[in-house]
Design a protein around this ligand. Sequence first.
Ligand SMILES: C[S@@+](CC[C@H](N)C(=O)[O-])C[C@H]1O[C@@H](n2cnc3c(N)ncnc32)[C@H](O)[C@@H]1O
Length: 210
Amino acid sequence: MIDRVAIGRRFARVATDVAVRHPRLWRVFRPLMRKQFDALAHQWDSFRSEDTFAPYEAAIAALRDEPARIVDVGTGTGAGALALARRFPQAEIVGIDLSERMLEQARRNTPEDLQERVTFRRADASKLPFDDASFELASHANMIPFFDEVARVVAPGGHALFAFSSGADTPIYVATERLRDELETRGFTEFAEFDAGRGNALLARKRTAS
Ligand SMILES: C[S@@+](CC[C@H](N)C(=O)[O-])C[C@H]1O[C@@H](n2cnc3c(N)ncnc32)[C@H](O)[C@@H]1O
């Protein structure tokens, strides 16, 4: 019998490794990735356990200042975006994702009192539809990083966050050393690492303009 879950996880890992090393090849994976998450959207929330967002929450708890504008990249059904909205009551948050089905679920998951501040938009993380320096925080939970775009949209002094719910066992996973190297070459200078639940996270601060 075909193990579709195992194939999906393997595909996500290969797509991540290739996109991180050769971002231009991402477009080869994009249609299948979108199809995969469109198909998973109706059950995605049922995969979540209590500690799935523990590394992500640990990293946002370490932020000293409330970010005014946040993009949650690869937001899926919006759990990360909603956690940010609850933690930062003034922040405006946009969650972006390739998969319209995931976004439909994210909108259904958003309580009425957060709908003004938390919005969802279809977009590709490799070509974000935002101006340079648009955000004080770009967050990623279990998401492939596109470093050039992260560095472009995060304002000087702002942060980028990368969390992986099951650490190195997460299908979409990038090792901390690799994240740090890629971010350092793009002007991120301060790093904080977190282990929480079964996973890990990295928070990086972009150099302030001087
Ligand atoms: C593993 S899921 C994580 C969803 C959510 N962040 C969470 O942790 O529950 C990865 C999500 O990223 C989206 N995604 C993958 N590549 C993307 C890209 N290049 N641009 C935007 N979204 C992308 C997928 O559609 C999927 O919803």
